[in-house]
Design a binder for this molecule. Structure first.
Ligand code: HEC
Length: 211
């Protein structure tokens, strides 16, 4: 009886806490890959941007099996052969340049392993959240993102433009991915979900704030 109660209690608790770091990491990577692979299919990129974006997608696809392992360990289920086969299939499609099919498959995977948006969405709209977001932006992001290095082959993108053009879910996924660093690093995201949500809210709507 005690065991049963304990099990129920654990189940209730675990549904109330956010996804683990590695589970979320896998979901973020898939969501960011989905955004990038659609961007690659679209117009408006210079040839050099296209080459870079394509290379980024390739290396992100290469890292996915590693991130999937972290996901399996955290979720405590045995290696899912089907998922690993799907991830290998992505590498094959990429290698053969089947980019539209690749984007579709990444979309499906991303829907299957969605971001845990608790604490992130809906974006907060309170003055406190917007103010916190502005402080975070100014202290942590602005130096690079408001003044990108014109000589860099990979200048920091304008985060306000990004916020205007992406729906909220894709925006928070991009922020979670961007803040963490490159996909080959194992850096843990230093910002809380609350921080990310405040930042996203500020980038989307916070320009109405007085300086
Ligand atoms: C030291 C400079 C620097 C700082 C500080 C910095 N960034 Fe960046 N960030 C960059 C550069 C450079 C890129 C472009 C990297 C690339 O294209 O490979 C980038 C890319 C990004 C991206 C885009 C990732 C993508 O999907 O292409 C996001 C989102 C992002 N940063 C968010 C942030 C946020 C939020 C902060 C503050 C909390 C921040 N960055 C602080 C330099 C910086």
């Amino acid at each position: 009886m005690a065991v049963a109660i304990l099990l129920v209690a654990t189940a209730v608790c675990s549904s109330a806490i956010a996804a683990g770091e590695r589970t979320q990491r896998f979901a973020v990577e898939l969501a960011v890959l989905a955004i990038r692979s659609h961007r690659l299919l679209g117009a408006g990129l210079t040839p050099a941007q296209r080459v870079r974006l394509r290379a980024k997608i390739g290396s992100a696809i290469g890292v996915l099996p590693l991130l999937a392992r972290g996901y399996f360990e955290e979720q405590r289920h045995a290696n899912d052969r089907q998922l690993l086969a799907q991830l290998r299939q992505l590498q094959v499609m990429y290698a053969h340049g089947h980019l539209a099919a690749l984007a579709t498959d990444i979309d499906h995977l991303s829907q299957h392993y969605p971001l845990d948006t608790r604490g992130l969405l809906p974006l907060p709209a309170t003055p406190l959240a917007l103010n916190t977001g502005r402080t975070l932006y100014r202290n942590l992001c602005m130096a690079c993102h408001a003044y990108p290095d014109p000589k860099s082959p990979a200048p920091a993108p304008d985060l306000f433009t990004m916020a205007r053009t992406l729906p909220p879910l894709q925006l928070v996924a991009s922020l979670l991915g961007g803040v963490r660093g490159t996909s080959s690093t194992t850096l843990v995201n230093p910002l809380s979900n609350q921080n990310i949500a405040d930042l996203a809210a500020y980038l989307k709507d916070g320009m109405v704030l007085k300086p």
